[in-house]
Write a protein that binds this ligand. Sequence first.
Ligand SMILES: [Zn+2]
Ligand SMILES: [Zn+2]
Length: 231
Amino acid sequence: MEFIAFTYVGNFVDRRVIDEVVFNVFDEANRFFDEENLPLRFLYIGRLKLEPGYLINLTTAEGRIMVYPLEALVELLYSRLLREMEGQRGIRMNKIFALTTFPLVSRNRYFDFYEKFLGVHETLLGLRMMMLSMKPFEPEGLSRLLAAGKTGEDLDVDVKRQVKMKLHLFKDRLLKGVLHEVGHSFGLEHCHNQCVMNSPASMEEWDLRTPGYCDDCMAKLRTSLGDDAGG
Ligand SMILES: [Zn+2]
Ligand SMILES: [Zn+2]
């Protein structure tokens, strides 16, 4: 069995997003690995705390947003994974996966501007750090509905149902995103089948994908996991 350390990074997130999106994605991914008989599991290592000093206030087309530089996050994840590996010597684990609630940005080395990313992989001394920004998967209107609920406004039954549906959609989209990045981490490339490795042109297209790998990708994933085990 191989493990991937799983964490989330971010501040100011509604508790329901953590419970019904982040933790459900974690649970359902593990259930998927189990049902597909893949010798792979996520291991939850707790939330990753950010040093506030690293946050950057960035002006974008969508207004001013708080972002976290990729380079700092990679360093943080690297040291966190090392620490976890020290404490869990009995298990096979050299990868860490972080869901981030804020956009991921990196200063372009050649031009002086920030680029935004959705999913990012970095390998450092044999360890793999994976980061996926949740923001692009968030259904429209969800944060407004959640904010309305927080201010104590009475939510009618219809609004509550909308929130529930949007949280569910958020979780579905993110689960596929997580499986996509996990696929990359085991050497899978993009494919053209009904498969999470088929990267979509739009979120509508993404919503039509079933959460799983096509036969080709699944076979490659099994081989890769088997190889990792040394035979
Ligand atoms: Zn991809
Ligand atoms: Zn595929």
